[in-house]
Design a binder for this molecule. Structure first.
Ligand code: SF4
Length: 396
């Protein structure tokens, strides 16, 4: 995750202390001093929508053998013992779990800050108030375009209106809320309108996700944006973030799942002759260290299996029903887990030779694996040119 706002304006927002810290590199072995990884818990596979790019391949039916309330509480105890700072409840649709409020409150009580990733369609005013009362740190609502574009993506007519109501209900009760927007070939033309939209609706945060080819999203590999489109998308994101800042609007803008965005921002600042901003960007991307799947970021699926991130569920390291999360996380007997914790010697192609490797860490491995079959190949969504990454044709 890259905070465009932080890189450009050095502003401090919620969560930045985890992304831009001297500890980022120290977390290589699973936990820096007193800080475990941020954990996503896909708490259920059931969902009331059927999104085209869903990495969980969720739909509206009941799935068997998901963690019970008691098992989930034991798992949260493990996270607290391992100093996990944030537990992101995700799905499927996490609000479908009848025990969501009980478990979020339990995490809060244990000192593991609960946050929520949701499609927003079930957030009535009462639900928003309960979320706020529990102390959920942040609610991220997925929207992949405006109106029909979103509904086509989400697979259900009316999903946009309901998600909009969910956002408004969060804003009305003072709950921190933001948008999650996954960029792809079908919605890239909506980017400017999304910026207009968050301004009109008083939304203060938006995360622009790059597509990762996993679950149903794997079928969208050929509908991903081209390198040229990625660059144009980043140009729009940078331009509109600056515009908010110039007009005194305090909006936090982030990009997710493509760490070449950081070097791209640095190169754009240099190209514009803004050496001061370029130096600031360099400082922050160096502190962050790039992709941290399997290091400072992990995922647990509905049945308790541990994975390096939510898109990489085909690589499993153990189950929290059998072992404590912290023990699984520090066990490097699995070659993928060991490799992720020290991946540079394993990377191939452009990533291996890239001068931004310290700042990007080889980007998203699952995307490389989906495209090539090789977990350690170059990330195919890197849109920087050979010249920009400092390699020659012979090196790749
Ligand atoms: S070549 Fe690889 S390591 Fe370098 S910026 Fe691109 S994705 Fe990152």
């Amino acid at each position: 995750m890259i905070s465009v706002t932080k890189l450009l304006f050095a502003r401090e927002y919620f969560g930045d202390s985890l992304r831009y810290t001297k500890n980022a590199h120290a977390m290589r072995n699973g936990a820096a001093e007193g800080v475990g990884p941020v954990v996503v818990w896909n708490s259920t596979k059931t969902c009331n929508l059927r999104c085209m790019h869903c990495y969980m391949q969720s739909d509206a039916r009941k799935y068997q053998d998901e963690l019970s309330t008691e098992e989930a509480k034991r798992f949260i105890d493990d996270l607290a013992d391992f100093h996990v700072p944030v537990l992101l409840f995700s799905g499927g649709e996490p609000l479908i779990r009848p025990d969501f409020f009980e478990l979020a409150a339990y995490a809060q009580e244990k000192g593991v800050r609960p946050t929520l990733s949701t499609n927003g369609t079930l957030i009535t005013r009462d639900v928003a108030q309960k979320i706020k009362d529990i102390g959920v740190g942040y609610v991220g609502i997925s929207l992949d375009g405006l109106r029909d574009v979103n509904d086509k993506f989400r697979g259900v007519d009316g999903a946009y209106e309901k998600a909009m109501q969910g956002i408004k209900n969060c804003v009305a009760v003072g709950q921190r809320v933001g948008l999650r927007f996954t960029i792809n070939h079908h919605n890239i033309q909506e980017l400017d309108r999304i910026f207009d939209f968050i301004e009109e609706e008083g939304i203060n945060r938006v995360c622009f996700y790059h597509l990762v080819y996993s679950g149903r999203g794997e079928q969208m590999m050929d509908q991903d944006v081209t390198p040229e489109e990625s660059r144009r998308a980043m140009d729009t994101i940078i331009r509109r973030t600056k515009d908010f800042e110039e007009r005194g609007l305090k909006k936090e803008i982030l990009t997710v799942d493509n760490h070449c965005d950081g070097p791209y921002m640095y190169l754009k600042a240099l190209e514009a002759g803004d050496r001061e901003t370029a130096a600031q960007i360099k400082k922050y991307i160096s502190m962050n260290g790039g992709n941290r799947s399997g290091i400072a970021f992990g995922e647990v699926d509905p049945q308790g299996y541990v994975h390096p991130d939510q898109f990489t569920q085909h690589h499993t390291f153990g189950n929290v029903r059998e072992r404590k999360f912290g023990d699984i996380w520090q066990d490097t007997s699995n070659p993928i887990m060991a490799g992720l914790k020290d991946r540079k010697p394993l990377l191939k192609g452009r990533c291996a030779a890239c001068k931004w490797l310290e700042n990007c860490n080889g980007n998203f491995r699952t995307r490389a694996e989906a495209r090539t079959g090789d977990f350690w190949a170059s990330d195919p969504s890197c849109y920087l040119t050979d010249e920009e990454i400092g390699v020659t044709e012979e090196q790749v």
